[in-house]
Design a protein around this ligand. Structure first.
Ligand SMILES: Cc1cc2nc3c(=O)[nH]c(=O)nc-3n(C[C@H](O)[C@H](O)[C@H](O)COP(=O)(O)OP(=O)(O)OC[C@H]3O[C@@H](n4cnc5c(N)ncnc54)[C@H](O)[C@@H]3O)c2cc1C
Length: 426
């Protein structure tokens, strides 16, 4: 295990203390980020060599921004550790030889007010920088990268293949079909998707979700960024709008995508919808879509082929407490890593990497992976819960504080740089 990158203050990751796996093979039903990180780490372990199988359609890349695009730099540490390589190697796999355009060095924030369809930024202030960091951390390290999720998935899938992961694209997805793919005597089935595995026995069936996150995102060019004067080139931006009793929150990050060569930023608006129902979905998504364009314009950004790059989402919130696997003999990788409110803290890809490594180390050691994952993810989960509260349960206080002193209001999240939750742990 690549030590320096692996250790950090963000997640309690414990390297396997011995090699004594209970299972001799794994079959994973997804090519997603968590799934592929777990597969890559296990495939490199002699005890699992040749017996890690990933079932799922090959990654297909389009310009559309489906799933997460704010890739906290810390995530790269986890992907690099899984394949025992360097950060630069992972970044080259994603972007080719040059990725500066995608980097964030400073994070800015402001309340925005909608006036006749246009957004006015109230007071823009920095809440996190990569300067003046703690003495045992590197000055000037990038905080995050803007990436198209399918580009990242494709790069990590390629790395996984080179580490010995075996792929199956027959369409196997049920319990019986997945087990039939195993070439070991005692396989573990890993669920890398949020939905349960068809045909697997329930161990514990969670209640139906009550709350949802609605979102709308797209890629932007930056024709007037300097003229607008709100943020600089390697800055990200958080903008919040208090709409009908809850916070609509946006983030805009420097971005680079070979399929959208003119895009320089991506932006997303999202909202927690309490007691949400299908009937509420479209209304929120179209309000968020209008807001992302309006705040983008206030920053000097213009939509980049919105008909091709934009996407909307409606994703359930799950409890923040200890999350067990739902089905017998199935590790619920995606559900455990993603527990809480998805999207809102921009850490799903980091959590997917961290959760996968925690699970992998436990599986190599022969101990149950669920407690290891829940332990490792606890700090991310706690901050996610606090932010959900600020957005949906006390929006007035959040707006009041952010409109007066953004830096002070974001002091908690600002500290997360020191806990290695943004820049890599170096
Ligand atoms: C709109 C949006 C914005 C987001 N923004 C961010 C962000 O800025 N930063 C960040 O870090 N994270 C963000 N996330 C979360 C992030 O995308 C995921 O947490 C991250 O991709 C890791 O998930 P995963 O690929 O491991 O697993 P999952 O997201 O759980 O999905 C695994 C894979 O399974 C596929 N899948 C889903 N359901 C099924 C099914 N029933 N059958 C088969 N396959 C299925 C998915 O397409 C995916 O490829 C965002 C998510 C959304 C929806």
């Amino acid at each position: 295990m690549a030590g320096a990158a692996f250790q950090g203050r963000d997640g309690r990751l414990v390297p396997a203390r011995r090699v004594a796996p209970v299972h001799d093979s794994v079959v994973i039903n997804s090519r997603g980020i968590g799934a592929i990180t777990l597969a890559t780490r296990l495939a490199r372990e002699p005890a699992f060599e040749g017996r890690v199988i990933v079932a799922g359609k090959p990654v297909s890349e389009t310009r559309q921004l489906i799933d997460g695009c704010t890739l906290r730099a810390r995530s790269i540490d986890y992907y690099a550790a899984a394949s025992d390589t360097s950060r630069d190697d992972i970044l080259t796999g994603i972007y080719g030889p040059e990725w500066r355009q995608a980097e964030t060095d400073r994070q800015m924030a402001s309340v925005a007010r909608m006036e006749n369809g246009r957004a006015r930024l109230v007071r823009v202030e920095a809440w996190m920088t990569n300067k003046g960091v703690k003495r045992d951390r590197s000055e000037g390290a990038p905080l995050s990268y803007g990436v198209r999720n399918s580009r990242l998935m494709a790069a990590l899938n390629e790395k996984a293949a080179s580490c010995g992961v075996r792929f199956d694209d027959s369409g196997a997805s049920t319990w019986d079909e997945l087990r039939a793919l195993s070439n070991g005597k005692n396989p573990l089935i890993v669920n890398g998707t949020p939905k349960p595995v068809a045909g697997a026995a329930w161990q514990h069936q969670p209640a139906a979700p009550k709350h949802f996150v609605a979102a709308a995102q797209m890629a932007f060019t930056a024709p007037r960024l300097e003229a607008a004067g709100a943020i600089a080139r390697q800055d990200s931006f958080i903008g919040i709008i208090n709409r009908d009793g809850a916070i609509d929150m946006s983030v805009f990050y420097p971005f680079k995508d070979p399929l959208s060569p003119r895009a320089a930023y991506y932006g997303i608006f999202y909202r927690i919808v309490r007691n949400g129902s299908e009937a509420m979905r479209e209304g929120h998504q179209s309000a968020l879509r209008a807001e992302v364009e309006a705040v983008g314009a206030a920053l000097g950004l213009a939509p980049d082929d919105a008909d091709q790059t934009s996407a909307v989402a409606w994703v359930p919130v799950s409890p923040w407490r200890f999350t067990p696997s739902r089905q017998t003999g199935v590790l619920d990788l995606s559900r455990i890593s993603g527990a809480g409110a998805p999207i809102i803290t921009g850490d799903g890809m980091t959590r997917a990497g961290l959760g996968a490594l925690a699970a992998a180390e436990a599986l190599i050691e022969g101990t149950p992976p669920e407690p290891a994952m829940n332990r490792a993810l606890s700090l991310y989960r706690r901050l996610n819960m606090v932010q959900a509260g600020a957005m949906a349960w006390m929006p007035g206080v959040t707006e009041w504080m952010l409109s007066r002193k953004p830096k002070f209001a974001l002091m908690g999240p600002g500290k997360s740089r020191d806990w290695d939750m943004w820049a890599g742990a170096w």
